[in-house]
Write a protein that binds this ligand. Structure first.
Ligand SMILES: Cc1cc2nc3c(=O)[nH]c(=O)nc-3n(C[C@H](O)[C@H](O)[C@H](O)COP(=O)(O)O)c2cc1C
Length: 390
């Protein structure tokens, strides 16, 4: 239903996002897209690149007079760094010695450098790392901002916060309202809801920098206001938990995904982890006293908040490089160092939000789809009545 893909290299002219399947008549707030792009650039532990870029979404297609027209959307985000790379990575063939000045033959362990070079048959990992780079998440965030704006029409909101950096973990329960506040706080260094825990997390980031090392962590994404019934138990690829896991796992450096209390549940008894159901006769709705399932049962949303976590490995580019083998000489060397972040947990959360928004918007379109927002709203309201009367 909702299709999107991205193009662009980290140091190319621009990042591009293409989005197809949104209904016509959706008001588009460009400032809100830029706001998301800005949030992706923030975070304690980022490298110098963020000082160069000031991401802005230029919409080339699919939006006219401030709203979608049912045509594919094309967005461009300029790379300001291109000015420094134009002669190094020209589109045309060139004999300029600068074109070989940034060749990378010492592949970094943990990156796509070696496997990508072998696969595409380059003895220079430059082309591979240019596309593998998480600069690509800017395109995803732009596409995800459209998805968020569609979901907002149905009172669904998505927010993320940081629950772990290195060895420091947020140990207490959180509420949707405080996550929303932390998520919107552009001054918050790591977007953790608890200031004391955040101080400890910052110390962890500082320690990694001092040691020439990097640090990973965990972001949590919550989607609030979802209706019951998105996704389906009927086929493996319709299960929303599986689709969300793939989407979040696809964010660069995410190595594990958890829904609800999935990890804790695997080491507990059944009686300890299920969410008992009751019926609130005043509100006329089914309720659950807890939400360990993270808002999904049988691959279907159950009306509780959707809670999904992305586990990020520590960034692979190290100022104190690891050992590797030169791709040309085959001799042992130290891995290349390329200007790099050393902690990206909050930015990973913003990319994760975008991916969750895209999957949820797609699920919305599958369930309530229409060619216009008005048609979709009618379908949504008719279904809401069915749930009310159930
Ligand atoms: C927001 C964000 C920023 C990142 N920045 C860097 C970086 O500066 N340096 C780096 O080595 N890896 C960075 N990464 C991770 C790499 O892109 C990623 O580890 C690499 O492409 C290999 O992919 P994989 O870890 O998913 O297997 C970043 C990831 C995210 C989500």
């Amino acid at each position: 239903m909702l299709r999107f893909y991205t193009a662009g290299e980290s140091h190319g002219q621009a990042l591009l996002a293409f989005l197809s399947g949104l209904p016509a008549g959706l008001p588009v707030d460009v400032a809100a897209i830029d706001h998301e792009l800005h949030r992706r650039q923030l975070g304690y532990g980022r490298g110098g690149r963020q000082k160069i870029e000031k991401d802005h979404a230029e919409i080339f297609a699919g939006v006219r007079h401030g709203q979608t027209i049912g045509a594919p959307i094309a967005v461009r985000i300029e790379n300001r760094d291109w000015a420094n790379w134009e002669k190094i990575l020209p589109v045309e063939a060139s004999a300029d010695p600068l074109t070989t000045s940034k060749q990378l033959v010492a592949p970094r362990p943990g990156h796509a450098d070696l496997a990508g070079s072998q696969k595409f048959n380059f003895h220079d990992a430059r082309y591979v790392l240019e596309r593998a780079s998480a600069r690509e998440t800017a395109s995803r965030v732009a596409a995800g901002a459209f998805a968020k704006q569609l979901l907002k029409q149905f009172d669904v909101e998505i927010a993320s916060h940081t629950v772990q950096v290195g060895h420091v973990r947020l140990e207490r329960q959180t509420k949707w309202e405080e996550i929303l506040v932390a998520c919107a706080d552009l001054e918050s260094p790591l977007r953790c809801v608890d200031s004391q825990t955040q101080q400890k997390m910052m110390a962890e980031v500082d320690a990694a920098l001092k040691a020439g090392d990097t640090v990973g962590g965990v972001f949590e994404i919550v989607a609030h206001g979802l209706p019951v019934g998105l996704g389906s138990h009927a086929q493996w690829d319709e299960k929303l938990d599986g689709r969300l896991a793939q989407a979040v796992m696809s964010v660069q450096a995410v190595k594990a995904v958890e829904i609800g209390s999935g990890i804790l549940a695997s080491g507990s008894y059944g009686s300890e982890v299920q969410d008992e159901i009751s019926y609130d006769k005043t509100a006329k709705r089914f309720t659950r006293a807890s939400n360990r399932a993270g808002g999904l049962e049988g691959g279907i949303t159950n009306g509780e908040d959707l809670v999904i976590r992305g586990f990020l490995k520590p960034i692979s580019t190290l100022r104190k490089p690891l050992g590797t083998a030169d791709m040309v000489t085959k001799e042992p060397v130290q891995a290349a160092y390329e200007r790099s972040d050393w902690c990206v947990v909050p930015a990973g959360g913003v990319a994760g939000e975008a991916m969750v928004a895209l999957v949820l918007a797609d699920a919305f379109l599958q369930k309530f789809g229409g060619d216009s927002l008005a048609e979709m709203r009618r379908n949504f309201e008719s279904y809401a009545q069915q749930i009310d009367e159930f």
